[in-house]
Design a protein around this ligand. Structure first.
Ligand code: ATP
Ligand code: MG
Length: 381
């Protein structure tokens, strides 16, 4: 007998010729998720299994984050021997109360009882062992599942996983990751659809300190739990910001800063092999996120910019941040490189054709090149 985690995957994406390829990616992603806790992972009979973990709760926490999975159940694996199965079922139901039903499933046709006989027999034994249980075959509170496969698998609890598509099946994109609430949620939303992401963070020392960096690395690590780790590009941004502050109209400072972030991100994304950029912008949230402003930011890049939060309210975004476990980190105090130079009266309806003049005193190409060349890359797990 040993404890295993039984992992069910969503079938939607598994149609057609891609099936073996997708299943390999999915299994590999589960392997990556449990690698830090030493789990052993295998695929069998349209299930993924994890064994060899001491802390099952931690295993569940990690595996639930793998996209493309439907649900997980901590289970017992034992020999296909009726008495042994009965003992394990009684043990699993010990301390529980309420109505239950046994769901038998015989995939191994050599087992001497069929599914219904097995369920009835085990149900009887469990009922006898625990006076706080009753049988309800129509609407049971507790579903005890007994499956006869290459071994026997017994489980009770089913915990929903994240859904989505397997990481790595949806291309690559680069996420502009700040220390705020929004950008981690934006990254998560794209990862959920199978997109592998890297993070790009702009820092402006000495205006932003080590604390800001630590916070972003922590967010990247938390997001990385959904992806088996990720790359983080740390861009030195002080020079760009100082030059913009000095040489550009004040009211356009934030917008021009955003345009530089996008230009630099565009270059780094290309190096990473990404086909798109991702930001946490939401329409109208701040002056640089009006439609006019977004038109001006998009104009400097040559790849699509995905903004999965564009139509969401802050409260909706916060709810997701809490659910995906990035919120607590996002609300830690920190100084953002943007807030340091924020103009008092930002222009909310900038015109695209006024941008070249506003940026005319800057050597755009040289600034972008220098920032890209001095960017450092770290990998988080
Ligand atoms: P967030 O909560 O993600 O910080 P925000 O509402 O504060 O977003 P802005 O500061 O205007 O919005 O930034 C908009 C988007 O630009 C962010 O969601 C993020 O994608 C990107 N961004 C902002 N600051 C940085 C930074 N220092 N490094 C990388 N990306 C950034
Ligand atoms: Mg921000």
């Amino acid at each position: 007998m040993r404890k295993v985690l039984l992992v069910r995957y969503g079938e939607v994406f598994l149609k057609g010729a891609n099936r073996p390829h997708f299943l390999k990616i999915l299994t590999d992603n589960v392997k990556k998720a449990v690698k830090p806790i030493g789990g052993h992972v295998w695929l069998s009979d349209s299930r993924v299994y994890v064994s060899n973990v001491e802390d099952m709760d931690e295993c569940v926490r990690r595996v639930r984050k793998v996209f493309g999975l439907y649900s997980v159940s901590p289970a017992i694996e034992c020999e296909k021997d009726l008495d042994e199965i009965g003992r394990q079922c009684i043990e699993m139901m010990r301390g529980r109360s309420g109505s239950f039903k046994v769901f038998g499933k015989r995939s191994d046709k050599k087992f001497p009882m069929n599914s219904l006989e097995l369920a009835a027999e085990i149900g009887g034994r469990v009922l006898e062992s625990n006076p706080n249980l009753s049988v309800d075959i129509h609407n049971p509170e507790i579903k005890l599942r007994v499956e006869i496969r290459d071994m026997c698998y017994i489980c009770v609890d089913e915990i929903m996983a994240s859904g989505g598509l397997p990481m790595g099946t949806g291309g690559r994109a680069a996420l502009l990751l700040s220390g705020g609430i929004d950008s981690p949620v934006a990254g998560y939303s794209m990862m959920k659809r199978g997109v592998r992401i890297c993070a790009i963070h702009f820092q402006s020392p000495p205006y932003t300190g080590e604390l800001a960096k630590d916070k972003v690395m922590r967010l990247a690590r938390e997001l990385g739990e959904y992806a088996g780790g990720m790359r983080v590009y740390l861009v030195p941004f002080t020079k760009c910001q100082l030059e913009i502050h000095e040489k550009c109209p004040e009211g356009l400072g934030t917008l021009i800063t955003r345009r530089f972030m996008m230009r630099i991100a565009n270059e780094l994304a290309r190096q990473y092999g990404a086909q798109a950029l991702i930001t946490g912008e939401s329409l109208g949230q701040v002056a640089s996120q009006t439609m006019d402003a977004l038109v001006c930011t998009d104009a400097v890049v040559d790849m699509p910019v995905f903004r999965p939060l564009i139509g969401m309210d802050k409260t909706e975004i916060m709810d997701i941040a809490k659910r995906i476990e990035t919120y607590e980190t996002s609300i830690l105090p920190y100084e953002d490189c943007c807030t340091v130079f924020t103009p008092r009266h930002p222009v909310t309806k900038p015109k695209l054709d006024t941008m070249p003049k506003a940026e005319s005193k800057l050597d755009i190409e040289a600034l972008v090149k220098e920032a890209v060349e001095n960017t450092e890359m770290e990998i988080v797990y």
